[in-house]
Design a protein around this ligand. Sequence first.
Ligand SMILES: [Zn+2]
Length: 121
Amino acid sequence: MNCDKCGESISTGEECRYLNQTLCEDCYIRIVDRAKTCDVAATHAAKKHRAALGQRGTEGLTELQKNICRFVEEQGKATREEIAGKFQLTDFEMEKQFAVLRHCEVLKATKEKGRVYIVPF
Ligand SMILES: [Zn+2]
């Protein structure tokens, strides 16, 4: 399998899914990081919205989002596969939930020893 972005070959199990793309971890981290930068306005709006509602931490999130946060906090870190498996999420749903949690600065992605983990923000 090859990375959709840079074309580098990815060994099985190392590939990262982002929306409909299969990416190597480097490209994945780069896209997630860039998404974070581009999303400053969205993050700001989400934070402002939550602040206006007096929401902090996991307040105002859906049950599923709260459960994902709790799971990640309990584990300290979790891979997307672990989270998706635990909550029976498709890649698309996982991305959607993670995007919201990242916007609200509850969770973030980090790379550790060559693996991507979701950790508390
Ligand atoms: Zn790549």
